[in-house]
Design a binder for this molecule. Sequence first.
Ligand SMILES: N[C@@H](CCC[C@H](N)C(=O)O)C(=O)O
Length: 278
Amino acid sequence: MKFTKMHGAGNDYVYVNCFSERVDNPADVAIKVSNRNFGIGSDGLILIMPSDKADVRMRMFNSDGSESEMCGNGIRCVAKYAYDHGIVGKKEISAETGAGILTLQLFTNEANKVEKVRVNMGRPRLTRSEIPMTGEAGAKVINEPLNILHTTFHITCASMGNPHCVIFVDDVENFQVEKYGPIIENHEIFPRRTNVEFVQIISRTEVRQRTWERGAGETLACGTGASAVCVAGALNGLTEKKILNHLSGGDLELEWAEDGFLYMTGPAVEVFSGEIEI
Ligand SMILES: N[C@@H](CCC[C@H](N)C(=O)O)C(=O)O
């Protein structure tokens, strides 16, 4: 199987061009290639596929083999791959994902390679049934208490196509992400598990985020998570609707615009290509 390793702010995936390659059992392939000792090493697997509804289609699998509806850092890399490798020839493209069809704007360098991508991530979905969470279907979850191991956290939840639980903390660098992340990910109030963002407010326009990802553990960045953080900060009155988010592997710019859509801008990087026997 031919593959290309790419990352967005350090959130790294193995990408397969399914315009020319075929992957029959993507969940198993994701587990195999993601292994950092016995595989290629990545947070998961992303398939770049033809679409009958958009310029390109993305399917995304976490390192545990579970499929997610959406990946914010992944979709920027899919756009870069599609442009740099001649699948699309324009700088405004559409992409089909499990979270619907998204539009992306590509920014190129002097060598006409994509360096940065702005994604319309769609409108955040805020009700318990949309996230999904147990409880009253139409209710929003803003600053709601959740008890974990004798500690009370306050959670704000949103779906960006995939589920997110945002928790604001005082000192995120020293926060025990590995201790609390998996317990919240698998908490019974999240029937399809959840991604968890631990966030420190720096100012009304700047935050620092660490992410515990559903199906992958702590990663260096999460684009859908950063988008959910922008929404959660505004809903709690802690931040403006336009912020710079410092993630462990790089920065993302987020804007929850007046039209209700969430715009994410960030880097996309190709690292290397190769072949692996599956
Ligand atoms: N890192 C991604 C999100 C990947 C999927 C996530 N772990 C899930 O299961 O929903 C991003 O950049 O959004």
